[in-house]
Design a protein around this ligand. Sequence first.
Ligand code: DSN
Length: 431
Amino acid sequence: MITHLKKTDPNVYNFIKGEEKRQKNGMELIASENYVSPSVLEALGTVFTNKYSEGYPGKRYYGGQEFTDKLESLAIERAKKLFRSDHANVQPLSGAPANVAVYFAWLNPGDTVLGMDLTHGGHLTHGSPVTYMAKLYNFVRYKMKDVETGEIDYDELRRVAKKEKPKIILAGFSAYPREYDYAKMKAIADEVGAVAMADMAHIAGLIAAGLLKNPFDYGFHIITTTTHKTLRGPRGALILSKGTVGNPLKQVEKTIENLPTLIDRSVFPGFQGGPHMNTIAAITVALGEAAKPAFKTYAKQILKNAKAMAEELMDLGCKLVTNGTDNHLMVMDCVTSFGSNGKEIEVALDKAGITASKSTIPDDPLPPYSPSGLRLGTPAMTTRGMKEKQMKQIARWIVEISQNRNDEKKINKIKKDVQDLCLKYPVPGIK
Ligand code: DSN
């Protein structure tokens, strides 16, 4: 409960209240967003934010670490257990810094990374030319072989790997609705002597629940993830790795076996300063929640809901990239479906209180700010308790709005219906 701000800083108080109302009344379909539990929210807003804790448990550069050490150790233990890793670094401030810290740990300037093509679902930090990382390292690409099924072109991936000799082969995405063949990727990584890394930011919750494959089960060396998507924690990240855990204050040889120590040294002192201990408190709570049976039920429903939404959209004539989904997200081709583009449909949906995000489609001829696709996801509305029936209704609204995107009267009517439905499914932590 917010008790002081109203008097001390009414501007900020009013922005918070406005955002609460927006979240309560609106339909959240951004595939990378979620609603945290009241316990996660409580942990985030605590006095741990007052504390500097550079270093790692038992090896800090400041005094007063009695409780931060216990807290961070618990976070590490929970993360290791949940994802079956030898080591966990829980300090990265978010997903992009986590990926950068891995690159700094393992690569020398000019080294090559083989990652998913950005229009086929890859992420900015997997080497978009606009990032500083792309100036430091050489990013090369693999793609889907068949955009109708989503199957990745592993033969081409192998050919490129043998030619380019990447130091890291990277599985992971922010807009790919299918599963990887991790065993195939790991075999290629072994063949060329590369580290096998997975960025599972989008699907961490689904892996934690045992519903999607865990790359560690196929011999991957490193997994990075944000903590705020399907994992349903605060904004933060984890770097999980296999290998021997050494003293993070001491230099070690650059070997695959030493990855945990190289990663620790890369995060701090290599790249970041003090960890955000209040965030680590909230991550610890979220990891505890993700280990409970109720989370598995939740994760199962995310998948059922995504399938229901995708099927209804396709029944109504929409074209989805790969013709469906195996995870929590789908990408709608707005050019083929409505003679429009992702930006225009995103704006039209926003007017009705439905929030989604534009997205490229494979080999998109349109630019990223106004791409051909729209990405939709079910983690957030599943947290609010919605099931397949509501997903089908939402799909019908999406199509109706898209087809009538210039009809303000129609959109306003749907906005009312959207709000009525949303109010029946409260947001955790908002009265
Ligand atoms: N921005 C996130 C997403 O929407 O997928 C990834 O960083």
